[in-house]
Write a protein that binds this ligand. Structure first.
Ligand code: GUN
Ligand code: ZN
Length: 429
């Protein structure tokens, strides 16, 4: 058992922030030896319940849940900041050539290590990531994640059409490979498999049907894809699937909408699409830095809240421009203000933070597992230094309540705020 004394940020079940200026986080191994939060809250109350716990005192620091990135591409680490007219030329000119290199296991392994270093430096302890169409890229990602004992989710990309040589896969083999990878990696330690059709235009009907069948057979895997990101893409889907009511409806037809189905972007939606998200329990991975960078459009936060479907925040690196959750939250704030049909929705700082931690966990079907520091959660947490830069120190010292404090860090923060990223270990004493 070990206890950490510092300011402490948690969330209640409704996503409201709980903040103890002088808090205590008590971590202990469960019956399987996995480190979890045993107790958390005000220092005096919690320390009285655990007088035997050795305390590490971290004055001036804030303990906070590790961030969750709901949608990212580890093989796109090296193409951040590649300029393009929009999504489709960006894929053609930068993304597919970069991803074709992941047929090489050594390249996959090198990028996977750098990617995980970068996530952890930025305070991200769980991510749902695309690999590439090459099974070697999936093995490299999971091997590196397993060594670090991280809770990570990923999968082999399915793309058997409208894709160049080097990344295009073969329908039948792609499904055989997917099933073998599910059996090799899903639920091994803290790893989870995501069945990953790239997006409807890159998959034949047979491949989408096979993905849907696997998603039904292996019902606790994730499904991970893109939808309704860009207007040219939406038009193309309408031509390719003339019978579908909408882009999202294509996925319904192939049994790819259910809990743990995560769709990046969800921008060009109508209320019928939003209702489908709610009814099926699927989740949107909102990727504001990517949407601003590629000129894709603005996610409708007001529509998501009005209809009430799962949504959380994501970087979408390399379409996205930053690994930093602080940059993602600030961009989400801009999108929330400027991107609405009805002006004036301001997302509260604690809401933004929740959508990148506990709310993202809920959307992934991992509530109570990660994304929070309530008792029972796996002990993935951050030590934040709110005085990491002169301006942060000045501004956070003037915060009069938790919303002001969180907003100061969202607006001014980056990887310098993250002093330490602590990952729950197994086999701990
Ligand atoms: N749609 C299909 N593939 C991709 C991708 O790699 N990134 C983004 N942002 N959208 C996509
Ligand atoms: Zn993406």
């Amino acid at each position: 058992m070990i206890a950490y004394r510092a300011a402490l940020l948690r969330f209640d079940d409704a996503g409201r922030p709980l903040y103890d200026e002088d808090g205590l986080l008590v971590v202990d191994a469960d019956a399987q030896g996995r480190q979890r939060v045993l107790d958390a809250g005000d220092f005096r109350a919690v320390s009285a319940r655990h007088p035997e716990a050795p305390v590490t005192h971290l004055p001036g620091r804030i303990l906070a849940p590790g961030f969750i990135d709901m949608h990212i591409h580890f093989p796109q680490t090296d193409i951040i900041g590649a300029p393009a007219e929009g999504l489709l030329p960006w894929l053609e000119n930068y993304t597919f050539p970069a991803e074709s290199r992941f047929a090489d296991p050594a390249h996959s392994a090198e990028v996977a290590e750098f990617f995980l270093d970068e996530l952890m430096r930025n305070g991200v302890t769980t991510a749902l990531t695309f690999a590439t169409s090459h099974p070697a890229s999936v093995d490299a990602f999971f091997e590196a994640s397993q060594r670090r004992q991280l809770r990570m989710i990923g999968g082999k990309v399915l793309q058997d059409r409208h894709s160049p040589d080097g990344v295009r896969d073969q329908t039948e083999q792609s499904l055989i490979d997917t099933e073998a990878l599910i059996r090799r990696w899903h639920k091994v330690d803290r790893l989870g498999y995501a069945i990953t059709p790239r997006f409807a235009p890159s998959c034949t009907d047979a491949q989408l049907a096979g993905a849907g069948e696997l998603a039904t057979t292996y019902g606790d895997t994730w499904i991970h894809s893109h939808v309704a990101e860009n207007l040219d893409e939406v038009k193309w889907v309408r031509e390719l699937f003339p019978k579908a009511r909408s882009y999202l409806d294509v996925y319904v037809g192939f049994r790819l909408m259910r809990e743990r189905a995560v769709y990046a972007h969800c921008i060009h939606f109508d209320d019928a699409d939003r209702a489908l998200m709610r009814e099926t329990g699927a989740a949107a991975a909102v990727s504001p830095t990517s949407n601003l960078f590629l000129g894709s459009g603005f996610f409708d936060f007001e529509g998501a809240q009005r209809i009430g479907y799962h949504h959380g925040l994501a970087s979408d690196v390399g379409g996205g421009t930053s690994f930093s959750p602080f940059h993602t939250m600030l961009s989400a704030y801009y999108v929330g203000r400027e991107g609405q049909t009805k002006p004036g929705l301001s997302l509260a700082p604690s809401q933004l933070w929740w959508r990148h931690t506990g709310g993202a966990a809920e959307a992934l079907g991992l509530a109570g597992v990660v994304g929070n520091l309530q008792p029972g959660c796996e002990a993935d947490f951050l030590v934040l230094n709110p005085a990491a830069t002169p301006l942060l120190a000045r501004k956070t010292a003037r915060a009069e309540n938790v919303e002001e404090l969180l907003f100061s860090m969202i607006v001014l923060g980056d990887d310098r705020l993250v002093e330490r990223t602590v990952v729950s270990q197994a086999g701990a004493a």
